[in-house]
Design a binder for this molecule. Structure first.
Ligand SMILES: Cc1ncc(COP(=O)(O)O)c(C=O)c1O
Length: 655
């Protein structure tokens, strides 16, 4: 097994003192227990320190001398030098432990100045207690690398208790001896079954009322992600979003949202009974990409709906576009509106300055993250981070428990614990590598002369060009329009011939997702495949463009009220294949979503127009394979479920 390497940087501008410290600390590390492989090195200037922090991904802690600069530069405020360095270090890599070496006793003003900073502790220089210092630093790094839940799960498995409880496979015993299904046991591996346990095992705590190892793991995660509170969710960010809505919105209360947000947000609106106010997102028509909502639209929605309880934005988007969140948060908070950011695609951002600020750092009250999408957690593992000063824990807990299975997957919880540990201990290093691979891959794709990576400039729709939007470079969108394949054929070719599965596509683009699991070999194989396809020299094909989704019409009823009506099925077209007139101006009862692109054309309670029916009929008639969620078939007839006139009369109109 690979052993960890951890380095601690000592910063002191007196070379003799520095040498003595580094030597003493290394001697202590050699002679004492050192499971994390801690070694010490030293630099004498702040500039060297910042360079080391940037370059050395194995750095886990820094020890800053408070008298830094005072011998080399005539700083009038000697204590501010250390302060400034600490601020820059913690801004750059907040996960690092920071200790201060105090030169003299009675320097309480230094401690006071650093009090507000993320300083983990102090040592008096004159004590020269290297073994004591080492023990404290070692304990601190060990604390960060702890995985309380995962450790307890392992302990329990190794205790080998007889199972008289669920699950029925009983540590895999039901499968292991079976001639029919033992292959499943062998394929999945014994620990998948050993670790699949139940709430009956008290030492594994309860996800619904955590007081033990789950609570501990969540507390460590909160510190890592810069949240006041963190909650582990085992039903994906789809559920995390719903839990927050039900906590913040009473039926009829307003939520500002982007129509282009994930379907879980729309489902959350139905479940909470909230009153959605849709903000139109920008559209890049050339590539059929739905971008961020223009800042102007967001600020105007906040101004026009000061009575809204919350606003939710997706940042970054599936295509990697990141909002400039701070001004939005400021405007929302000025009206008392809570800010929720769906960071399903951005759970790693805290661990590399290239991706920050995170939503919480920009002041958001809630952030939901699909840890499984972009870090090393199992599918469905998600985190909810809370920084809301008015957090109503009781209400949140009730809603969380309403959505949480009483039989959560314990391996999933363990994977959240481990994903957090990895992000804290080596996230910076791995993300630096991912960023380098992304740059390499971009250059290689462009060098094919046929495929072209879309950069921020090409991705940004016109309306948001001045909104300070940034691009997450781990999402690589490639223009394929010159390669001579349709996007479907290209994906098939990549899959069948080159064993490559991509993340998603539009009619003329492919999107590749790089994560901390991306390797140089994978980059080379992808480059090789694209280069070979480019060299086929095919003439460009005419590519069928999806028609643009019609603009939002109007909500006549609250989505929840409309959804719970029985309604009736009305076909989209009559026997002559013409649009059914009796559908027009009716209120839809379902959410109707063509996939791709996955944006609802209709939500429950929305008024149906001719343009919308035209659009849906056009999609049904097109040759392209599009899933149309929400369309109901009555025999061969595609129908919409709409409210009956009597149901409409009985409901309260909102618009
Ligand atoms: C923006 C956004 N939010 C939420 C989700 C749901 O996340 P999960 O798959 O973890 O339920 C997704 C999934 O694709 C998403 O794209």
């Amino acid at each position: 097994m690979k052993k960890p390497v951890s380095r601690v940087l000592v910063i002191n501008d007196e070379p003799l003192v520095l040498r003595e410290f580094v030597k003493g600390l290394n001697a202590a590390a050699r002679s004492l227990d050192n499971p994390l492989g801690i070694t010490f090195s030293g630099v004498i200037t702040a500039r060297e320190a910042l360079a080391a922090i940037e370059e050395d991904g194995d750095l886990q802690a820094v020890v800053v001398d408070d008298k830094l600069y005072t011998l080399n530069q005539k700083s009038p405020k000697k204590e501010m030098s250390a302060l400034e360095l600490v601020q820059r270090v913690t801004r750059f890599r907040p996960e690092l432990d920071v200790y201060i070496l105090i030169a003299q006793e009675h320097e309480d003003e230094i401690v006071d100045a650093l009090f507000a900073e993320a300083v983990d502790g102090y040592f008096y220089r004159e004590e020269r207690d290297y073994r004591g210092m080492y023990r404290i630093l070692n304990a601190q790094v060990q604390e960060r690398s702890r995985t309380p839940f995962y450790d307890q799960l392992k302990n329990y498995v190794w205790m080998a208790k007889d199972s008289w409880h669920t699950p029925g496979h009983s540590s895999g015993e039901s499968l292991r001896g079976s001639p029919w299904v033992n292959d499943f046991y062998d394929f999945m591996g014994e620990h998948i079954f050993d670790a699949d346990l139940s709430v009956s095992v008290k030492m594994l705590d309860s996800l619904m009322e955590p007081t033990g190892v789950i609570a501990e793991a969540q507390t460590i995660a909160a510190k890592a992600f810069g949240a006041r509170r963190t909650f582990f969710a085992t039903n994906g960010t789809s559920t995390s979003n719903k839990v927050i809505f039900q906590t913040l919105l009473a039926p009829g209360e307003k939520l500002l949202l982007d129509r282009n947000c994930h379907k879980s947000v729309h489902h959350g609106v139905v479940l909470s009974g909230g009153h959605p106010v849709y903000m139109d997102s920008s559209i890049n028509a050339k590539y059929s990409l739905y971008g961020p909502v223009p800042k102007k639209t967001i600020l105007s929605a906040i101004r026009r709906h000061p009575d809204a309880q919350a606003i939710i934005l997706t940042s970054c988007t599936y295509d990697g576009l990141r909002y400039d969140l701070a001004p939005v948060v400021e405007a929302a908070h000025a009206k008392g509106i809570k800010v929720i950011v769906d960071e399903a695609w951005y759970g790693f951002a805290r661990f590399h300055p290239a991706f920050r600020p995170t939503a919480l750092e920009a002041g958001a009250d809630y952030a939901t993250q699909s840890t499984h999408k972009v870090l090393s957690a199992f599918s469905q593992a998600s985190m909810i981070h809370v920084n809301d000063p008015g957090f109503n824990e009781h209400l949140f807990r009730e809603n969380f428990n309403m959505h949480t299975s009483t039989s959560p997957q314990y391996s999933m919880i363990a994977s959240l614990d481990v994903a957090r540990k990895q992000a804290v201990m080596e996230g910076y290093k791995l993300l630096s590598r991912t960023l380098a691979l992304s740059q390499e891959l971009r250059a290689q794709i462009n060098s094919t002369g046929v495929f072209r990576v879309l950069e921020l400039d090409q991705l940004l729709p016109e309306e948001v060009r001045r909104d300070n939007i940034r691009l997450d470079p781990t999402k690589v969108t490639v223009d394929i329009s010159s390669c001579g394949y349709t996007v479907e054929d290209l994906q098939r070719e990549l899959f069948d011939r080159y064993n490559i599965q991509v993340e998603k596509s539009t009619f003329n683009t492919l999107t590749l997702l790089l994560t901390i699991g991306t390797t140089r070999s994978k980059v080379s194989r992808l480059y090789d495949a694209l280069m070979r396809i480019a060299r086929e020299g095919r003439a460009p094909r005419r590519l069928y463009r999806f028609p643009e989704i019609p603009g939002f019409t109007r909500l006549r009823y609250l989505p929840r009220d409309a959804f719970y009506c029985g309604g009736e099925l009305v076909p989209l077209v009559d026997e002559k294949d013409s649009i059914r007139r009796d559908l027009l101006d009716r209120a839809c009862a379902d959410q109707v979503v063509p996939y791709p692109p996955g944006i609802p054309v209709l939500v429950p309670g929305q008024v149906i127009t001719r343009e919308i029916v035209h659009y849906l009929v056009g999609l049904l008639r097109s040759q392209k394979r599009v899933e149309l969620h929400g369309i109901v078939y009555d025999g061969y007839l595609p129908c919409l479920r709409v409210l009956k006139p009597a149901e409409e009369r009985a409901l309260r109109r909102i618009g």
